[in-house]
Design a protein around this ligand. Structure first.
Ligand code: NAP
Ligand code: MG
Length: 414
C-alpha cells in the first residue's frame, strides 16, 4: 500500500502519452509471451488451452492496447470534462479468468493515472504473477502495480486498508455485499462485477443450428465458470423440442478432459469446492422435479470434472432457475409470446447479460431494450471486445469495464 501511495503522484504526473507507452509495452509483452501465459493459465485453473490461447490471452493484450490508446485522451472519454485520477486502487479478481480479469482491472486504472494493488484468487495466482514480471520487464516504475496473492482474508484486509481511494471487485454477490458494507461511509469509490443468471432467449424464427452453437458457447465455454454464462435457456415453445434435441445431440460431441489437449472443449472444474457447489445445485434440481440429462463420457481419474448437463421441465422457482450454478449445467424454460419471454428473462435478482436469437431485427431491438441486463448479445454469445462496456444491473453489480465507460470508475470528473 505504501509503495502504491508513494508511486502514485509521479505516475499521475507523467503525460498521458508516456503512460500510454508503458501500457503498449505491457500489451506487446503479453503477446510475446502468449504461449507461456496460455499454458500456465490452463495448468493453473483447468480451462481448455484452446480457450486460454484464443480468448483469455489475446483479449488481455487487447485491453492493454485499448487503454494505452485512451491514456492521452481521457477527457474525450468523458464528454470533454476535466479529469483527475482517484489515487490508489485496490482490486480483487476471481479464478475463472485470472489473467483477463487482471487486465480488465489494471489497464484502465493505470491509463487514468492510478496505481494499483491487485489480489488474484487463491486457486489461480500464477498468470497474475507473470503479469507482475511483465510489468517489471516493461520497466513500469516501482509501486505502480503490486500483485499480492492470498486468500479471501487477504482481500478482506485489502478493502479495509485506510489508505485506498478505490475498490474494484469481481466475484460472488455475497462477497460483493460484504465489501460494500465494509466501505459504507468511507468515501471510497466502488465498482462491483458480481454473479449472474443470464437468459439466452431463442425465438422460433431464429436460425436454429446457429442458435445451438451459441447456446453451447454460452454455457459450456470455460466449463460454465462464467459470470455472464447463458445458464437460463428460454426457448419458444413451438421449437423447444427441436432445439433441445439438436442441443443434446451437439452436447454429446463435446470433448471433456485434459485442459492441455488442444482438442478439449470442456476442461476441469476449478476446485473441489466449486465441484461440490455444482453437485449440490444439480441434486436440488432433481429433488425439485426437473428432468436431468448428463452426457455419458469418460472423465479423467485425477482432478475435478463435471460432464455437460441439461435440465428440462424446469419451473421458474426451482433453485436451478434462480441460483448461479457456475458450472456446465443449463436449465431450459419455455415461453409462448415475446412478452412472456421478456417477463421470464427479467425474473431474476441478477442482470448481467442476455442473448437473443432471432432473424427479425425489429424484434431483437424491442426485446433488447426491455431486458434488464448490462450486455445483450444478438445471434452470438460470450462475445467480448475491449471497446464494449461490460457490467451489471441489480445484484450483478454496478460500474462498467471496457471502452470509454470503463474510464469513469477510475477518474474524478470535474
Ligand atoms: P469469491 O469468494 O467472491 O471470490 C472472488 C475474489 O474475492 C477472490 O479473489 C477471493 O479470494 C476474494 N475474496 C473472498 N472473500 C473475500 C472477502 N471477504 N473480502 C474480499 N475479497 C474476498 O468467489 P468464489 O468463492 O471464488 O466463488 C463463489 C461463487 O461466486 C461462484 O460459485 C460463482 O457463483 C460466483 N463467482 C462469480 C464470478 C464472476 O465473475 N462474477 C467469479 C467467480 C465466482 P479467494 O480466491 O481466496 O477466495
Ligand atoms: Mg471464495
Amino acid at each position: 500500500m505504501e509503495a502504491a501511495r508513494a508511486a502514485q503522484p509521479r505516475w499521475a504526473g507523467l503525460s498521458g502519452l508516456e503512460r500510454g507507452k508503458y501500457l503498449f509495452r505491457v500489451a506487446r509483452l503479453i503477446q510475446e509471451r502468449a504461449r507461456e501465459l496460455a499454458v500456465v493459465e490452463s495448468m493453473d485453473g483447468g480451462k481448455p488451452v484452446r480457450e486460454s490461447r484464443d480468448v483469455d490471452v489475446p483479449l488481455a493484450a487487447a485491453h492493454f492496447f485499448h487503454y494505452a490508446g485512451w491514456a492521452d485522451k481521457l477527457s474525450y472519454g468523458v464528454g470533454g470534462r476535466e479529469v483527475a485520477p482517484l489515487g490508489v486502487a485496490a482490486q480483487i479478481v476471481p479464478w475463472n479468468f485470472p489473467l483477463l480479469m487482471a487486465a480488465w482491472k489494471l489497464a484502465p486504472a493505470l491509463a487514468c493515472g492510478n496505481t494499483a494493488v491487485l489480489k488474484p484468487a487463491e486457486t489461480t495466482p500464477l498468470t497474475a504473477l507473470l503479469l507482475a514480471e511483465i510489468c517489471q520487464e516493461a520497466e513500469l516504475p516501482e509501486g505502480v502495480v503490486s500483485i499480492i496473492p492470498g486468500d479471501g482474508s487477504t482481500g478482506a484486509t485489502l478493502v479495509r486498508e485506510p489508505d485506498i481511494d478505490k475498490v474494484a471487485f469481481t466475484g460472488s454477490t455475497s462477497v460483493g455485499k460484504d465489501i460494500q458494507a465494509a466501505l459504507a461511509g468511507r468515501g471510497v469509490s466502488l465498482t462491483l462485477e458480481l454473479g449472474g443468471k443470464s437468459a439466452n432467449v431463442v425465438f422460433e424464427d431464429a436460425a436454429l443450428d446457429q442458435a445451438v452453437e451459441g447456446i453451447v458457447n454460452g454455457i459450456f465455454f470455460n466449463q460454465g465458470h462464467v459470470c455472464c454464462a447463458g445458464s437460463r435457456l428460454l426457448i419458444q415453445e413451438s421449437v423447444a423440442d427441436v432445439v433441445v434435441g439438436k442441443l443434446w445431440e451437439r452436447m454429446g460431441r463435446l470433448r471433456v478432459g485434459d485442459p492441455l489437449d488442444k482438442n478439449t472443449d470442456v476442461g476441469a472444474i476449478n476446485s473441489r469446492e466449486q465441484l461440490e457447489r455444482i453437485e449440490e445445485l444439480v441434486d436440488a434440481g432433481e429433488g425439485e422435479g426437473a428432468q436431468r440429462r448428463t452426457v455419458a463420457c469418460e472423465l479423467p481419474d485425477r482432478g475435478f470434472w463435471y460432464a455437460p448437463t441439461i435440465f428440462t421441465e424446469v419451473a421458474p422457482a426451482h433453485r436451478i432457475a434462480v441460483e448461479e450454478i457456475f458450472g456446465p449445467v443449463v436449465s431450459v424454460l419455455t415461453f409462448r409470446t415475446q412478452a412472456e419471454a421478456i417477463d421470464k428473462a427479467n425474473n431474476s435478482a441478477y442482470g448481467l447479460a442476455a442473448g437473443i436469437w432471432t432473424d427479425k431485427g425489429a424484434k431483437a431491438f424491442e426485446v433488447a431494450s426491455a431486458l434488464q441486463a448490462g450486455v445483450v448479445w444478438q445471434n452470438t454469445y460470450n462475445h467480448f471486445d475491449p471497446s464494449a462496456a461490460f457490467g451489471g444491473y441489480k445484484e450483478s453489480g454496478f460500474g462498467r469495464e471496457g471502452g470509454p465507460a470503463g474510464l469513469r470508475p477510475y477518474l474524478r470528473i470535474a
